[in-house]
Design a protein around this ligand. Structure first.
Ligand code: BES
Ligand code: ZN
Length: 850
């Protein structure tokens, strides 16, 4: 569909559907090119809805027959659905359609992956399976029958009956169509069991392809821990007899929370020490938890419409972050989450794709599963919790589950439970859901007669396309330190509601050093030109682990910016600060590794743009290389000691303690490789007995432009393992130095194993390359052309995956006129593709015009 023909959907246009559905009965007769789907739906008029024409969504379906109360009818069919005359009262609708899952390359609806049938219905995929009111506020219990010779036949809910070549499933919990799922294949299960707090026995199955069953232990363990945690922390129990998870190789997203039948990208299920890194294990744990937690926040309580997406996603991300913090380390998790938020959400909020946490319009909803909805959506909940306190939050959540169980709810409903449970007025807070853009917070302070005063100012810059922004409620967690390093004011939450606001603290003996926005208490940019000495002081003394890390981060950003702009050499205060943190063996190794990690080249480009400069990606790359060399040279002895000391005793364990040791050890290895030409990394590679060490060593080598032999050896060792081969592609595309990045990536796209229709493989090459800033922004424009060509090719087969990756271009306005011209040309070329998808049309249009 062309972009101009595509319709814009508005939040303000919401109208309830004219009918309720009491019962859904579906039968699937599976066949790759001719699957038959029959549906029987019991409709009753919805007394709360205005009178309307009977419309069912349906796309790419061949209608075989349709009947109402047993009488054949001839509905009027369009590209998007059908309309039909219907009786005034209740009636039974029946239809039979034919679809071709083997030809479904978009991986939305019913499709095939390695001979297995599977579905992906969120957000609007069910309409590619049968005619239905495919909107989240229409909820119904489903009964499903699957006919197929394949040995394992699954759908939502509880198993009802089965025999040779068929199975029936019944899901008693009313659900919207986007939570429907069906799987059929030659699968084996890793099985577990869980007894809920009220004594219900639940069978847990993780279904995978034969041969993969020994890679499910960690996912199963994470599932059991998630179930227990949701009972302990939120009082939420599981509500069916079985919980099934299926791993599929071809999947657009990470995973999907279909009721009782979660479907996962195999990358987020399968893990063994030999094939998965520590980060992979941590992500598996987080995503298993996330999808499980949706059973309450998403499924039992769903969204009224897709504008309310953050209601389930922001909340569920917030919950999975809490869970990971509890399982591992809260400070480390918080730093990782903020790194991600800044890299993805601040970047989005600062460019042409900025939108509110709750958008007010969209063309293609798949384009709104964004960092803003997810990550800023989670931050907004974190702020709410800080403002109402832990008890208030717990009361509000209890009320939410009690009041809205079974509902398709809104952000208004969500805020109302907080108001009712705590007595607070949240009308101003609601601006966080409505106003796009990242507020900037600045301050001045003074000290007089024992009184310290701090004056804050907030600004949310007005991008041309948005109305003037109103001040937002900003919880500012503040601590004050004495010049000797003692804390004189423990963390206190200031509630800023005005554009400018002052706070005072009395009875202080000396002018304190403020530690502002502790724990990153609000998703804002703190504009603060502290001196290097002040930052070094906080890096050494702040009692808040987040702000201690943040001080080091700000220092390294300043250092890099000065190196890029003025060719200065790195500040000794910074190098000494790092040395001190490294020496402090009381600090968690994972935390120390984060302190050593430099800001990304994209962060530096944004920092330069914020200061009114035009970033040169190559200059940034060179400065980062120089700084890494300087850090390595300055800290050599310490790094060697750490490298020697941090070996993990005993067999590999993916748990946080060992993972943290490996992380710091590999960070040390990466730095030391800058001094020894990679000798140590080559030895480390040769000795590695787990993927974390193997990948870490290869990363260290590639980052210094070495590693050819290891790249070849890695290929020989892992060519038959799809998930490990993704890493092989990703590391090369992401880390090859700029002078040959385009050439190397072009060659990778010609490699026989570049199975580009697989979204994981495509992202491993094209996605990783667009994150290789200096390579992607090659002055010739060849990087842009390469990405644009592949996005066009992918758009023709899988629009959702292509459109999501087009955000590689969202920062184009930062760059010089030549690069801007090249990027616009690439975007215009994409836009002109005959048959351009609605997904890509919307993305390119917004980027070009925003
Ligand atoms: N509901 C989503 C999956 C989804 C997103 C389906 C967009 C269709 C379109 C799921 O709960 C989810 O959010 N998955 C994330 C991972 C999660 C840990 C944030 C994903 O797939 O990236
Ligand atoms: Zn989710």
């Amino acid at each position: 569909m062309s972009e101009s023909a595509a319709q814009t959907i508005l939040l303000s246009d919401y109208t309830p559907f004219g009918w309720r559905i009491e019962k859904v009965e579906l039968t699937f007769t599976l066949s790759p090119k001719a699957t038959r789907v029959t549906s029987r739906l019991r409709f009753v008029p919805n007394p709360d809805a205005p009178k309307q024409v009977f419309f069912l969504h349906g796309e790419q379906l061949s209608l075989i027959r349709a009947a109402i109360d047993g009488q054949t009818v001839s509905p009027e069919i369009t590209d998007t659905g059908l309309t039909c005359a219907v009786p005034d009262g209740p009636f039974t609708w029946e239809s039979e359609v034919e679809i071709a899952p083997a030809e479904n390359t978009a991986l939305e609806g019913l499709y095939m992956s390695n001979g297995m049938y599977c579905t992906q219905c969120e957000a609007e995929g069910f309409r590619k399976i049968t005619y239905y009111p495919d909107r989240p506020d229409v909820m119904a219990p489903f009964s499903v029958r699957v006919d197929s010779d394949l040995p394992v036949l699954l759908s939502n809910g509880n198993p009802a009956a089965n025999g040779a070549g068929w199975a029936e499933w019944h899901d008693p919990w009313p659900k919207p169509a986007y939570l429907f799922a069906l799987v059929a294949g030659d699968l084996v299960a890793k099985t577990g069991a869980f007894t809920t707090a009220s004594g219900k026995k639940v069978t847990l199955n993780i279904w995978v392809r034969p041969g993969d069953q020994d890679k499910c232990d960690y996912a199963l363990d994470a599932l059991e821990r998630s179930m227990k945690w949701d009972e302990d922390v939120y009082g939420r129990e599981y509500d069916l007899d079985v919980f099934n998870i299926v791993a599929v190789d071809d999947f657009n997203m990470g995973a999907m929370e279909n009721k009782g039948l979660n479907i996962f990208n195999s990358k987020y299920v399968l893990a063994s020490p030999e094939t998965a890194t520590d980060d992979d294990f941590a992500r598996i744990e987080a995503i298993i938890a996330h999808e499980y937690f949706h059973n309450w926040t998403g499924n039992r309580i769903t969204c009224r419409d897709w504008f309310q997406l953050c209601l389930k996603e922001g909340l569920t991300v917030f919950r999975d972050q809490q869970f990971s913090g509890d399982m591992r380390s809260h400070p480390v998790k918080r730093i990782e989450d903020v790194l991600m938020l800044r890299a993805r959400q601040f970047r989005e909020d600062n460019g042409p794709l900025a939108h509110p946490v709750r958008p007010e319009s969209y063309v293609e909803i798949n384009n709104f599963y964004t960092a803003t909805v997810y990550e800023k959506g989670a931050e907004v909940i974190g702020m709410l919790k800080r403002l109402v306190g832990d008890d208030g939050y717990a009361r509000a959540l209890d009320l939410y589950f009690q009041r809205h169980d079974g509902d398709a709810a809104t952000i208004e409903d969500w805020l109302k439970v907080f108001e009712d449970a705590t007595g607070r007025d949240l009308s101003q807070f609601k601006r966080w859901y409505a106003q796009p853009g990242t507020p900037r917070l600045s301050f001045t302070d003074n000290f007089n007669n024992g009184r310290y005063e701090i004056n804050f100012k907030q600004e949310n810059q007005n991008r041309k396309s948005f109305p003037t922004k109103q001040p937002q409620v900003i919880p500012i967690a503040l601590g004050l330190l004495n010049p000797n390093g003692d804390e004189v004011l423990p963390t206190t939450v200031l509630e800023m509601t005005e554009a400018t606001q002052s706070f005072a603290f009395d009875g202080l003996a000396a002018r304190p050093i403020p530690s502002i926005l502790r724990g990153f208490s609000a998703p804002v940019i703190l504009d603060h030109d502290a001196s290097a000495d002040q930052r070094a002081f906080l890096l050494a003394h702040d009692t808040d682990p987040f702000n201690r890390w943040e001080a080091g981060r700000a220092l390294s950003k300043d250092v890099l910016v000065r190196m890029v702009l003025r060719g200065e050499s790195p500040d000794p205060a910074y190098l000494e600060g790092l040395a001190e943190v490294l020496r402090d063996n009381a600090l968690d190794p994972a935390y120390r590794a984060l302190v050593l990690r430099l800001p990304s080249e994209d962060d530096i480009a944004q920092a330069l743009a914020d200061q009114g400069h035009v970033p040169d990606p190559l200059a940034i790359y060179r400065a980062a290389q120089t700084l890494r060399h300087a850090i390595a040279a300055h800290l050599k002895d310490r790094l060697e000691l750490l490298y020697a000391d941090l070996l993990c005793p005993g067999p590999y364990s993916p748990e946080a303690t060992d993972a943290g040791r490996r992380s710091l050890r590999l960070t040390a290895l990466g730095l030391l490789s800058r001094l020894d030409g990679g000798a140590r990394a080559a030895a480390h590679y040769a000795a590695a007995d787990n993927m974390t060490d193997q990948q870490g060593a290869l990363t260290a080598l590639l980052a210094i432009g070495a590693g050819d032999a290891q790249v070849a050896a890695f290929y020989d060792q892992w060519q038959d393992d799809r998930l490990v081969m993704d890493k092989w592609f990703m590391l090369q595309a992401g880390l090859t130095p700029p002078d040959r990045a385009v050439r190397t990536v072009t060659a990778l796209t010609q490699h026989p194993d570049f199975d580009w229709k697989n979204p994981n493989r495509f992202r491993s090459v094209i996605g990783a390359f667009s994150g290789n800033a200096a390579g992607f922004h090659d002055p010739s424009g060849a990087g842009y052309d390469l990405v644009a060509d592949w996005l066009m090719k992918m758009d023709a087969v899988n629009p959702q995956t292509a459109a999501r990756m087009s955000t590689a271009f969202e920062t184009w306005r930062r760059y010089d006129a030549d690069r801007q011209g090249q990027i616009c040309e690439a975007l215009d070329r994409i836009r002109a593709r005959p048959g351009l998808s609605r997904d890509m049309g919307e993305m390119v249009g917004r980027m070009r015009n925003g």
